[in-house]
Design a binder for this molecule. Structure first.
Ligand code: NDP
Length: 443
């Protein structure tokens, strides 16, 4: 049994029932084999063992009172996974499916993603099994204040800087920031994704979706292809999906489908994004309502969005939403590009199937890194006490995505896996973290 296999075995034994975490570690470690074999010094200092155990996990009780006066209790998490290259950085997820295994998988992925951006940020993630859907603003505020009443002890502008993720947008970040400031008296860049009037960065809201499409554009250019004229299917209709759709349309692509956790819409004339923004960003409604407004669209309940014929598929909802049968349907319909906007939306077997069938595949840790990269730009602006224009931030984001594509492409080529962005991104992200960990000794 080689070193990678032994570490994987231990991770499986020590983390029972954390399927998503095991899945993420398996994908990363398997693709690191060539570098691990070429660098026996990593094994001598138990680098992989240290890399797969978080530096710290905080789990806490989050009690709050709902509008009817009933006491509700949720569980809060913050996983501070790796600080070798900078303060922990990663979003907070509020969704009923949240558990420790999911937060650990997200935190683990974040280490390599953050490294890939080229910026000095370590890996972390947090959240709670609280469901903001259907809650009043008052209830969301009560939850956020209670959550921060414990979390504030563990975070800070130079130690750990959380951000948004599923279920955490501008409203939640505002409530969390207000409570942090009240508890600590500090006006500091402790959260990113803040509102523009209190330290937020222009283009942060758009960053993950735009960045995804900048990465896709580079991947297509490498094949002498372009987005213009392509048919695109995007899952989800949240922050990432909406701004991916906006950038695809700006570059001349046609987005024909979007979804949420209830179902999906197909619009043969192309998605009208103003309608989607009104439903999702203003009314906090369901994607079903799109078909009631746009008569060219049809609504389908449940899964099935990947059966829509397209050239490009952008999964932007959640983990394990594109499975082997979905991959088969995409290939059968002639899809040529899959780029992940969500974290680990594609299962391991589906990823392999896509790659074996000539689909160019971009893993989320590379293609959705624009969000955290722009969060790091928000941190820079907060430290410098100044604000860049939209164009300045967008240009930096674009250059960062070009850089991520190049390093993933080049590393894959160097190790004999040309065009395999999974291997390239994992190695590129890992090398910087490994180097920093080696330099800092056994800690
Ligand atoms: P949002 O909460 O804004 O949107 C999430 C979207 O995905 C919604 O349309 C939601 O539908 C759908 N969705 C969520 N859970 C499920 C589920 N279990 N099954 C089906 N659909 C689901 O989140 P974001 O857009 O911010 O995040 C989407 C993905 O992108 C996540 O994987 C996140 O980790 C990743 N990501 C986000 C970044 C960011 O900057 N926001 C940065 C990098 C990655 P519904 O409303 O019905 O729940």
């Amino acid at each position: 049994m080689d070193y990678v296999e032994r570490v994987l075995q231990t991770v499986k034994e020590k983390n029972p029932a954390q399927d998503e975490f095991i899945q993420a570690v398996t994908e990363v470690l398997n693709s690191l084999r060539p570098v691990i074999e070429a660098n026996p010094q990593f094994e001598k200092v138990a680098l992989l063992e240290r890399l797969t155990i978080p530096e710290r996990i905080v789990t806490f009780r989050v009690p709050w009172v709902d509008d009817k006066g009933n006491v509700q209790v949720n569980t809060g998490y913050r996983v501070q996974f790796n600080s070798a290259i900078g303060p922990y950085k990663g979003g907070l997820r509020l969704h009923p499916s949240v558990n420790l295994g999911i937060i650990k998988f997200l935190g683990f992925e974040q280490i390599f993603k953050n490294s890939l951006t080229g910026l000095p940020i370590g890996g972390g993630k947090g959240g709670s099994d609280f469901d903001p859907k259907g809650k009043s603003d008052n209830e969301v505020m009560a939850f956020c204040q209670s959550f921060m009443t414990e979390l504030y002890r563990h975070i800070g502008a130079d130690t750990d800087v959380p951000a948004g993720d599923i279920g955490v947008g501008a409203r939640e970040i505002g409530f969390l920031y207000g409570q942090y400031k009240r508890l600590t008296g500090l006006y500091e860049g402790v959260l990113t994704g803040k509102g523009l009037t209190y330290g937020g960065s222009l283009a942060r809201k758009e960053a993950t979706g735009y960045g995804l499409v900048y990465f896709l554009d580079e991947m297509m250019k490498a094949k002498k292809d372009k987005i213009k004229g392509k048919t695109v299917v995007i899952s989800g209709s949240g922050n990432v999906a909406i701004y991916a759709c906006e950038k695809v349309q700006a570059l001349g692509g046609k987005v024909v489908a979007l979804s949420d956790s209830n179902g999906w819409v197909y619009d043969k004339d192309g998605i009208n994004l103003d309608v989607v923004k009104d439903i999702k960003e203003v009314k906090r409604g369901r994607i079903k309502e799109y078909a009631e407004v746009c008569k060219s669209a049809e609504y389908h309940e449940g899964k099935g969005i990947w059966t829509v014929k397209c050239d490009v598929a952008l999964p932007c909802a959640t983990q394990n939403e594109l499975l082997i049968d979905d991959a088969k349907a995409l290939v059968a319909n002639g899809c040529k590009y899959v780029a992940e906007g969500a974290n680990m939306p594609t299962s391991l077997d589906a990823t392999e199937y896509l790659q074996e069938n000539g689909v160019a595949f971009a893993p989320g840790k590379a293609s959705n890194a624009g969000g955290v990269a722009t969060s790091a730009l928000e941190m820079s602006q907060n430290s410098m006490r100044l604000a860049w224009t939209f164009e300045e931030v967008d240009e930096k984001l674009h250059n960062i995505m070009i850089g991520i594509h190049k390093s993933a492409y080049d590393y894959a080529k160097e190790y004999g896996f040309e065009g395999n962005y999974v291997v390239g991104a994992n190695i590129a992200g890992f090398m910087k973290v490994a180097d920093a960990m080696m330099a800092q000794g056994v800690v």
